[in-house]
Write a protein that binds this ligand. Structure first.
Ligand SMILES: Nc1ncnc2c1ncn2[C@@H]1O[C@H](COP(=O)(O)OP(=O)(O)O)[C@@H](O)[C@H]1O
Ligand SMILES: [Mg+2]
Length: 265
């Protein structure tokens, strides 16, 4: 593959130029992100299942275990990470993009480039793809052990761009106990697998005792259940205040340490 990009003569004659472009972008990104050891996407095709919650708490848990961590909000048009982390105010107007340091974690989000959080970001697919590329091609991530990527719902532009452009370690899937959530999470897992990306396991959030949704996903995907997080009002209350649950609650931290140890292991 690498040879093909370097030596265009070797490409088959019917090789579409756009494929060549993606390969070249991928090669440049691979070089640019060479100092990031692991890249993990947190993903479900379903909205509201806890992807951002899991992303933020996994990132903080990794950092508490001594890893150098970046957190990318890849939900380009509905970014939530900065709100979950209580990051506000004016952001450095720099290019290449400079992730903001929050508690030692490098954070980047489209929310940093809009002046009013409540204003909708109305972009078509190509703009979403371009923004995702910017996050990798023109952002100064430095050296990291883990880059955690909070994905948007759906199985289209943003996840597709990330799968195409990055050498991901894999996806951590997120679901709730509901069958509908599991079905949609299985969709995202199947998309990942079809495009050659590993499914590292599944986390159930808002559990009501027992593990229902994650078991359904694990069975369908042939992956591990990484853990379950009980349904607790603390999550909403803390996140609404920009506080990170694993920093505030020992029990929640313990559960995330179990999950993170499985991911890193
Ligand atoms: N274990 C949990 N118990 C109760 N509420 C939760 C839990 N996990 C997440 N939430 C809440 O559910 C809502 C949706 O979570 P979020 O992480 O934004 O989902 P997504 O990123 O998948 O859209 C948030 O208000 C969040 O605080
Ligand atoms: Mg989210």
């Amino acid at each position: 593959m690498e040879n093909n990009v370097e030596n265009k003569q070797q490409l088959p004659p019917n090789f579409h130029p756009s494929i060549l472009q993606v390969l070249e972008q991928k090669k440049a990104i691979r070089k640019k992100l060479a100092n990031i050891k692991h890249k993990i996407g947190i993903y479900s095709a379903k909205g509201g299942v806890g992807k951002t919650t899991v992303s933020v708490n996994v990132a903080y848990t990794l950092a508490s275990l001594g890893f150098r961590v970046g957190l990318l909000d890849a939900d380009v048009d509905c970014p939530n990470v900065t709100m979950f982390l209580g990051i506000s105010g004016s952001f450095p107007d720099e290019y290449p993009l400079k992730p903001v340091d929050k508690d030692g974690i490098k954070v980047l989000s489209t929310a940093m480039f809009v002046d009013d959080a409540k204003k909708p970001i109305i972009w078509r697919g190509p703009m979403i793809g371009k923004m995702i590329r910017e996050f990798f091609e023109n952002a100064d991530w430095g050296d990291l052990d883990y880059l955690i990527i909070d994905l948007p719902p759906g199985t289209s532009d943003a996840p597709l761009s990330i799968i195409q452009l990055l050498d991901l370690d894999g996806f951590v899937l997120v679901t709730t106990p509901q069958h509908i959530a599991s079905v949609n999470t299985i969709r995202s897992g199947t998309m990942a697998k079809r495009l050659g990306v590993a499914v590292l396991g599944v986390v159930e959030t808002m559990s009501e005792g027992g593990i229902r949704g994650a078991s359904e996903v694990a069975q369908a995907m042939g992956c591990e259940v990484l853990g379950s997080i009980g349904n607790s009002r603390k999550f909403g209350e803390l996140s609404d205040k920009g506080l990170v649950p694993v920093k505030e609650d020992a029990e929640i931290k313990e559960e995330f340490i179990r999950i993170v140890k499985k991911i890193t292991g």
